[in-house]
Design a protein around this ligand. Sequence first.
Ligand code: PLP
Length: 451
Amino acid sequence: MPMEDPRSIDDVVAELRTIAAGDGAWGFGRAFTYVFDGPDLSPLTGEAMHLFAGSNGLDPTAFPSFLRFENDLVAFARSILNGDDQVVGSATSGGTESIILATKAARDALRATGVEGRLNVVLPITGHAAFHKAAAYLDLDVRTTAVDEGFRAIPAAVAAAIDERTALVVASAPSYTHGVVDPVAEVGRVARDAGRWFHVDACVGGMVLPFLDDAPVFDFSVDTVDSISMDLHKYGYTPKGASLILYRTAELRAHQYFATASWTGYPVANPTIQSTRSGAALAAAWAVVRHLGTAGYERLATESWQATRTLVEAIRSSDKVDLAADPDTPLCAVTSPDVFTHAQAMKERGWLVGVTPSFGPSPAHLHFTITAAHLPLADELARDLIETAPEAAAPILGDLDLSAIDPALIGTLLDSLDLDRDRALIDAAIDSLEPQARAAVISAFLQHLYR
Ligand SMILES: Cc1ncc(COP(=O)(O)O)c(C=O)c1O
């Protein structure tokens, strides 16, 4: 085991460089979903992370830097989200943590009114998986609701799903899958009429929608919005590990906090899920926002939107590819006769594009998160996407039926495949499964990877 033998700092750094090179086989702007390439701010973020890696948000009175960064970022978000001075928030490690916290706050707020029994979350089918995770962690039911043909929430369907045990009603701005913004005002009205907490998930849109002209309204200017999640580590172009959760009032946020003094150690009062919190990602996020300011984000949002329009126009004028929905934001879902082999062909041209399986009315598609880095590449991206589109669906699966296979054995099966070479086969096989079986297979595979 290499970890047991000490190594010099120089050796370890050399090793780190080799390991890092293995991750970044794709180039700047050639990948989607996992990375949001924009301005290269690594000297700034590297310095910020270096200076604050040892700081600890466990006690912001011992590290005033933490308080300063978090309050400044919340104030920035409040201003771009049209919040008044009552709006408060917290910095978290990512969109999922922000969503779990908003869900917990909403659950505890409803419980505080005396409602008992199993509570639920009302979520359009396009709402992010993080709400399913929050519900699983917090012991809530998820009631999913239908969407219209443009993949936007249907307010009447949301209204029909709400009952007296609904702790949270969710709209997305935008949904990750199709890049479309739900009718926030209308869904908010339904939630308000029923007296329910209304959350807008702007994790992926919160740092881009405020800077686009004519973007749909989604923020605190809609008076029914109680909380908003928005990530800095997506279109905020900050290093990973930075998101914000905002509440209309401090009273709402109070339900998010956890505090205990019932043990032998120090009294604990934690705003977020983590207790010890590294300042590295927070300081880097602060540094990027401070550097770019609203003018920088306006420019980046415009660039990513221009790149998206180029791609969308090219797709519209082609008969080989199509859009699952007309996006409001720089995210899009692209269909073709065979997205599985299509993704593989794109990879051969140097693009790392993920395939999303079909779900209900949403077709299997190639998913694009278009960033500012894609503007100079947009024509090439559109050309490659159209040129590599297969003419027809290939019968990739043959006799392979994963649903007949015990998930416990899936790791061994997938080990016999080459994740790169056989990717189309694997994606198609996953697509062929029911959602529950899909989840079981993927979880089994990951459990097999992490030994
Ligand atoms: C709309 C939306 N909500 C929540 C999340 C979850 O964010 P994270 O991956 O940072 O936990 C994402 C991630 O893409 C998202 O797009």
